[in-house]
Structure formats: C-alpha cells, structure tokens
Design a protein around this ligand. Structure first.
Ligand code: HEC
Ligand code: HEC
Ligand code: HEC
Ligand code: HEC
Ligand code: HEC
Length: 291
C-alpha cells in the first residue's frame, strides 16, 4: 500500500495509492517460508485489545520512532449524536502498524553483510543508522578497503588481469551507504510508501500515512456490539481491495439487512450510524431485537 495522501475526502483522487498486500484471502510467504493466509485479525484489532503479534517483530516494536504515530481521528461532534454507551476502546479499530503487522515478513535488510534491518523511520534516521553501521564495519574489517573492480572483458574476449581499487575508509562508507539507500528507497520502502524527491534534499520524503481511524464523525459505530459477525459481512470489499484509496466501509444497505432505519436518516450514506437496535429481522438464525 502506498500509505499516502489518504483520507476520506481525498480518497477518490489518490489513485496512485495502493494497499497491495491487502488483497485477501492473501496467501503470503511467512517468515518461516511457509505459505500462510493472512486474516483480518492479523492486522486489525480494537483500540483497547492487544495486538496480534504473529507477524510482529520485537525489535521494531521496541524502537522509538521520530515520526508522530497518531492516526487521523475525526473529532466526535457533541451536537449530533449522544454516545449510547461509555467509550470502551472496543468500538473502533486501531491503526495498523508496520512493527505489529508487517515487520516479520517485510524485512528492511539493506546489505548482505548485516543481518539486521534498517530502522523503520524517516529517511534521515535511516541514513544516520547506515553511516554508523558501515563505519563500525570497516573499522573492524579494514581488509575490505581493497575492492575488486568488475572484471570487464575486452573486445578480444580476454579477461584483463584483476584490478583493485583501494578506498579510504571515508570512500568505502560513502559508497556502502549510497548502495544501501539506493536499494531501500528504490525498492524496499517503495513497496508500501509513496516517496517523493525534492531538489533541496538528497533523501526522499515519505508521505504521511494518514490512516483514518474514524470514518463517521457524527456517530459512534461500535464494533464490539457487532462482534458476533464476520468482518467481511460488512467489509466485503476488503477481500478484493488492492488500493489504499479503496473505501471498504459498508453502505447503509448493509446496515438495513439487520436494522430498521430510524427516522431522519435519508442523508446517511455511511456517514452516520444512528439506527435503532435490530428489529425482528432474522439473520444467521434469528434475532428478535427490541423495537
Ligand atoms: C496485511 C495486513 C492487513 C490485513 C490482513 C487486513 N487489512 Fe485491512 N487494512 C490494512 C491497512 C494497513 C489499512 C490502512 C490503509 C489505509 O489507511 O489506507 C487497512 C484498512 C482497512 C479498513 C479501513 C480503510 C478503508 O479503506 O475503508 C477496513 C474497513 C479494513 N482494512 C478491513 C479489513 C478486513 C475486513 C480484513 C479481513 C478480510 C482486513 N482489513 C485485512 C491492513 C490489513
Ligand atoms: C510492508 C510495508 C512497509 C514498508 C516496506 C515500509 N513501511 Fe513505512 N509504514 C508502514 C506502515 C503500515 C506505516 C504506518 C505507521 C506505523 O507503522 O508506525 C508506516 C509509516 C511510516 C512512516 C511514518 C509516516 C507518517 O505518517 O508520517 C515513515 C516515515 C516510514 N513509514 C518510513 C519508511 C521507510 C523509510 C521505509 C523503508 C526503509 C519504510 N517505511 C518501509 C509500512 C511500511
Ligand atoms: C505473512 C507474511 C506477510 C505479512 C504479515 C505482510 N506481508 Fe506484505 N507481502 C508478503 C509477501 C510474501 C509479499 C510478496 C513479496 C514480493 O513479491 O516480493 C508481500 C507483498 C506486499 C506488497 C506488494 C504487493 C505487490 O503485489 O507488489 C505490499 C504493498 C505489502 N505486502 C504490504 C504489507 C503491509 C502494509 C503489511 C502489514 C500491514 C504486510 N504487507 C504484511 C508477505 C507479508
Ligand atoms: C456490522 C458491520 C461491521 C462489522 C461486522 C465490522 N465492521 Fe468494521 N466498520 C464498520 C463501520 C460502519 C465502520 C466505520 C466506523 C467509523 O469509523 O465511524 C467500520 C470501520 C472499520 C475500520 C476503520 C477504522 C475504524 O475502526 O473506524 C476497520 C479497520 C474495520 N472496520 C475493520 C473491521 C474488522 C477487522 C472487522 C471484524 C473483526 C470488522 N471491521 C467488522 C462496520 C463493521
Ligand atoms: C448482521 C447483522 C447486523 C448488521 C449488518 C448491522 N448490525 Fe448493528 N447491530 C446488530 C446487533 C445484533 C446489535 C445489538 C448488539 C447488542 O445489543 O449488544 C446491533 C447494534 C447496533 C447499534 C447499537 C450499538 C450499541 O452500542 O448498543 C448501532 C448504533 C448499530 N448496530 C449500527 C449499525 C450500523 C451503522 C450498521 C451498518 C454499518 C449495522 N449496525 C449493521 C446487528 C447488525
């Protein structure tokens, strides 16, 4: 997914955003090499629930990051709807974190000399980390300053005698860091992010993730009240979504399969959840709710 420029209001314009890893049932190769089916709960959880750590990475979870991690919370408007119950933290889903849900499969490896991955952070932080790593490495392995040139064949087909360049530690560090960054910016980060280059910086900018954690500012939709139902009974589109700009929220027709609409809801198109409790509509067996 390109976690970029995404908010309900810009969704339709952000055609270049994508949640590619999101297509489900998503058979993906897990960290142990086995194919696994990603489930909604591997990435999503109510705010007050503990994260599912199947695909987390302890190192990334423990890391403090330089960017602000807040999702986009639309303010609850006090003049509109009274919250039916006290807030429990189980109404809404927490925003999805790289450290919790992606890190164990999507490694941010940058060079085969190092097992660990780059920090999941702003490019400046990644850059400083890489410089430090390559500095330490060459201090411990000075023999690697002697670098073999690519063996070019000349036109006669003869392989020229091997030639070497002997770099200063400074040159070696600069080259190593540049190669690692080339890989990260051009390939690794780009899988999920929209990166933009500005003439004033040698490093790209990562567009803000801007995950929306509350879609209906006038309402308090409660996932907990609906916990008996499968996620796809309301978010059917999540099964085929590949773009971060896809809106996966149910329309009012979905609500009406169980709820009778209350008065004054003509305006609703997934923008307000002021419905009465389920009334006498059978689903999955039976539910005879109160009127
Ligand atoms: C691999 C992790 C992953 C899995 C598995 C996953 N999601 Fe998501 N989902 C995400 C991420 C990341 C976002 C945030 C994207 C954004 O804000 O644009 C998201 C956003 C959403 C949204 C809100 C945003 C919108 O565009 O409407 C809904 C609803 C949703 N997912 C439902 C589901 C359901 C239902 C399932 C299971 C069928 C599921 N997801 C499985 C990662 C996942
Ligand atoms: C597998 C997908 C994935 C990859 C690969 C990835 N990220 Fe992320 N990134 C995320 C998700 C999900 C978030 C949402 C917030 C979070 O995880 O803290 C995010 C958030 C961020 C943010 C915060 C954006 C904001 O809202 O201000 C930065 C900065 C960032 N990533 C940088 C990077 C860099 C640099 C790389 C490459 C070294 C990278 N990411 C690779 C998934 C990814
Ligand atoms: C179980 C392991 C696993 C988890 C967890 C996982 N992914 Fe992936 N993902 C994969 C594999 C495997 C690929 C395919 C990689 C490839 O083709 O190079 C992939 C590919 C992707 C792609 C590129 C899709 C494409 O077709 O180009 C995106 C974007 C992505 N994942 C985002 C995410 C995000 C965001 C998360 C966390 C919210 C996540 N993934 C969690 C295994 C996983
Ligand atoms: C009865 C219908 C229904 C069911 C079942 C349902 N959702 Fe939702 N979901 C909604 C509605 C409505 C919203 C928009 C609520 C809001 O944010 O104002 C939403 C929002 C979301 C969001 C965006 C963030 C948020 O909380 O606003 C995610 C992610 C999500 N749902 C995931 C799931 C997952 C995962 C499941 C299964 C565990 C699930 N949903 C089950 C109706 C449903
Ligand atoms: C599959 C059936 C089903 C669907 C679809 C459904 N609901 Fe419900 N809803 C229920 C049930 C059952 C309850 C009662 C839960 C309880 O009393 O604990 C409920 C309760 C509620 C409540 C009261 C919540 C509370 O805090 O007690 C609201 C508001 C609500 N639903 C809104 C919606 C909206 C909005 C949609 C569409 C996005 C929707 N529902 C779709 C079955 C459904």
């Amino acid at each position: 997914m390109l976690l970029s420029a995404f908010s309900p209001s810009t969704a339709s314009q952000s055609g270049d955003s994508r949640v590619r890893g999101h297509e489900l049932p998503s058979q993906r190769r897990g960290p142990n090499g086995l194919l696994v089916n990603l489930e909604c709960g591997n990435c999503h959880r109510p705010i007050a629930a503990d994260a599912d750590l199947t695909y987390s990475d302890p190192k990334y979870r423990a890391a403090t990051v330089s960017y602000s991690e807040t999702g986009e919370f639309l303010p609850l408007r006090l003049d509109s709807l009274k919250a039916p119950k006290p807030v429990t933290g189980r109404e809404r889903m927490a925003s999805v974190k790289f450290a919790n849900a992606c890190a164990s499969c999507h490694l941010l490896t940058f060079d085969k000399r190092f097992e660990e991955g780059a920090p999941h952070d702003q490019p400046e932080v990644v850059h400083a980390f890489l410089l430090g790593k390559f500095q330490q490495y060459i201090a411990a392995h000075p023999g690697e300053l002697r670098v073999q040139r690519d063996p070019n064949r000349d036109l006669t087909g003869k392989t020229p005698a091997p030639s070497f360049r002997v770099l200063t530690p400074g040159q070696w560090i600069t080259e190593g860091t540049a190669e690692a960054e080339e890989l990260l910016w051009r390939k690794t980060c780009k899988q999920c992010h929209k990166l933009t280059n500005s003439p004033s910086s040698s490093r790209p900018q990562v567009a803000a993730a801007k995950e929306t954690t509350q879609w209906m500012p006038h309402a308090k939709f409660d996932h907990d009240a609906h916990r008996g139902f499968t996620c796809v009974s309301c978010h059917a589109k999540a099964l085929t979504s590949t773009e971060a700009s896809d809106i996966l929220l149910p329309g009012i027709a979905t609500c009406k399969t169980c709820h009778a609409a209350g008065p004054g809801h003509a305006e609703i198109q997934a923008s307000r959840a002021a419905y009465r409790r389920p009334v006498k509509i059978a689903f999955n067996g039976s539910l005879a709710g109160e009127a």
